[in-house]
Ligand binder design. Structure first.
Ligand code: NAD
Length: 246
């Protein structure tokens, strides 16, 4: 039987991509909503909620999903820390896959970055930098994917937000040992590119993923939707969906 989806952000780029391939994945977007529509009118007849809208819309939708006991897949990025925390709390009641990037390749990039960061640790003499590029219409920076890559690097180096240097300018001084660089480039129609660079003395390693079609995110989100309906309440990543654990 086809999985019935409430899709928020249905008129957007990702919403359109999901609707264009949903039937190929055994799913039906039975309740597409966008700005101004009422999710409460259709949620009861859906098996799962998918959110690719705007960061300010996610929390209330997640609260509604909890009230109706519906699993949720969240693709929207750029949430405030407070919203993020409040949304995460709801995963104690409903299963939730939350991923800044649903592509298989990017989740492999997360896995490889975890592995590389273990070897190229604080004592290795390698300096990590994250570089991301997106289309000119993207509203948030750094991207959700870059945020996750920065998190992986922070975790492996016992670093905190204050160790991350976003887009240096002026006279930032010499690079600190525990510094992690972050750079967001914007322009044209770039779907999404992420590079993690570990720069050492005399050598440099770069792990790069390039997305050329946003259908990869749509396919991943539908895969996550089919997976999450069979899971107990918890917060899951796309690495959990793909079975990629470090
Ligand atoms: P978009 O601007 O093309 O579409 C967003 C849609 O959401 C618009 O149609 C807008 O009208 C609608 N919207 C705004 N407020 C709403 C509300 N309160 N309720 C319902 N709908 C509302 O953006 P996009 O490129 O489709 O991206 C959407 C989100 O997904 C962004 O946060 C983006 O960063 C993220 N994204 C995530 C992934 C991933 O793999 N996780 C991939 C691509 C984009």
């Amino acid at each position: 039987m086809s999985l019935k989806i409430l899709l928020s952000g249905a008129k957007g780029r990702m919403g359109s991509a999901i609707q264009s391939i949903s039937s190929d994945h055994g799913c039906t977007v039975s309740y597409p909503i966008d700005l101004g529509d009422k999710p409460e009118d259709g949620i009861e007849h859906c098996d799962v909620v998918i959110d690719f809208s705007l960061r300010d819309a996610t929390l209330s939708l997640a609260q509604l999903a909890k009230e109706h006991n519906k699993p949720m897949v969240i693709g929207t990025t750029g949430h405030s820390k407070e919203d993020r925390h409040a949304i995460e709390q709801l995963s104690h009641f409903i299963p939730m896959v939350w991923a800044g990037n649903f592509s298989t390749g990017v989740n492999l990039l997360f896995f490889l970055t975890q592995q590389a960061a273990k070897v190229l640790d604080l004592n290795s003499g390698f300096d990590p930098e994250v570089i991301e590029m997106h289309h000119r219409l993207k509203k948030d920076a750094p991207s959700g994917t870059a945020d996750r890559l920065l998190e992986i690097l922070k975790e492996s180096r016992n670093a905190s937000d204050k160790d991350v240097s976003h887009g240096r300018e002026g006279m930032p001084g010499e690079r600190k040992v525990n510094e992690i660089g972050s750079h967001a480039l914007r322009g044209g129609d770039i779907v999404g590119e992420h590079t993690v660079m570990f720069a050492g003395m005399g050598e440099r390693i770069e792990l790069t993923h390039r997305a050329t079609d946003r259908v990869i995110f749509a396919a991943g989100a539908l895969k996550a939707a089919k997976w999450v309906v069979n899971q107990p309440a918890n917060l899951y990543s796309m690495q959990d969906v793909l079975g990629l654990t470090a």
